[in-house]
Write a protein that binds this ligand. Sequence first.
Ligand code: 5AD
Ligand code: SF4
Length: 448
Amino acid sequence: MKKLFVKTYGCQMNAYDSARMADLLAPLGFVGTDTPESADMVILNTCHIREKAVEKVYSELGRLTQMKRAKPEMLVAVAGCVAQAEGEEMVRRAPVVDLLVGPQSYHRLPEMIARHARDHGHQLQSDFPALEKFDHLPEAVSDSGVSAFLTVQEGCDKFCTFCVVPYTRGPEHSRAPERIIAEAETLASRGAREIILLGQNVNAYRGSDAHGKDWNLERLIAGVAAIPEISRIRYTTSHPRDMDDDLIAAHGECEKLMPFLHLPVQSGSDTILAAMNRQHTAEDYLRLIERLRAARPDIGFSSDFIVGFPGESDADFEATLALVREVKFAQCFSFKYSPRPGTPAAAARKVISDAVKTTRLLTLQALLLGQQDEANLTAIGKTLAVLFEKLGREPGQLVGRTPYLQPVHVIGPKSLIGKIQNVKLEALTANSLHGAHTEGVLAESATA
Ligand code: 5AD
Ligand code: SF4
């Protein structure tokens, strides 16, 4: 038996891919291990979205170089978007790398490992072979838990000027709906109660079935909702331009679709949104939020923000703060703009100093954190349906989530894992709610 250590950086799609790679290598005799020291093969599944993410990979490769001196037979593979973007340059900078595999080529890993064993050369597989990936990857088999990721769409055609995704993940491609439903059924039979449909631009999902019928994301959600064991459905990440009427209506009609949506806006300034090629204005975004709230009044929102995009003036930044105040987000991610090689914005001249980026980030984060605390505090005293996912760190503690994705800790029996219970929320510490569950009362029906 050989030991495999997979380290995942970046997005949930990478987490899903890492699990599929482990599934793919299981027939070759690889079993998972928790440390690189004990591994025969190490895969770094990398993220290229911001410069910091890339630096982390190179410093991990530095540590692996040391480790490999004592263990020369250890195989080091770099997967994901850094492998895709850097290609052979990566092997030059970090000769410890034996295999490079881009996000569309994971299904070639067994073959690459065999070839490597034969000739010990470096293997590069990072072109986009017309998305045959999903046809060759095994369906989800590893124990993916109560809340399971399921990739339905990959790639992006939006070309936001700051973003590497259209270059590293390639053009939009949607998986066949039948395959997705079958995978959701498998996950359900293995204990999944929540399915999170994943895609770089998930609401642009357009699958066609064997009868040539087109499915949009709303139809796919309805298909997954028809699986009796699945009680909760979420999807991420969406682009405001692709929120169609069907999908908005689904938020009011599909009970299993959870009232929480990650809908990145990036900026509140129309000048910056145009420079980012977001293809919508701040007003468009606000109207969208309004329509979603009309469909589902209790819906919560999260977003991504970039501060210090080239040319961002004080007034542009103020417009972002104004948008945040108007929407009132439940939870958000915010980043300093980081120029990515090969993207149009990286060539822009009106760069913003790091000091200004830092000040703006701190200001924005203080505002967002205040809104997050407010969202959590209004939950105190309420009774919400919590899906229990796993054991907590304290003895007897269970961790679950509310419909709004807030983590909840309660003391309760292990048998509640995989079940939805009403929980009276009593306290807030850091970002977790604490409460007491109401034994025996199922809060959401587990059947359709
Ligand atoms: N610099 C900073 N943040 C970025 N993101 C994507 N590209 C960049 C970049 N070049 C952020 C966006 C996106 C999230 C996943 O990462 O906010 O929504
Ligand atoms: Fe990147 Fe998202 Fe824009 Fe696509 S829509 S280019 S993934 S930020």
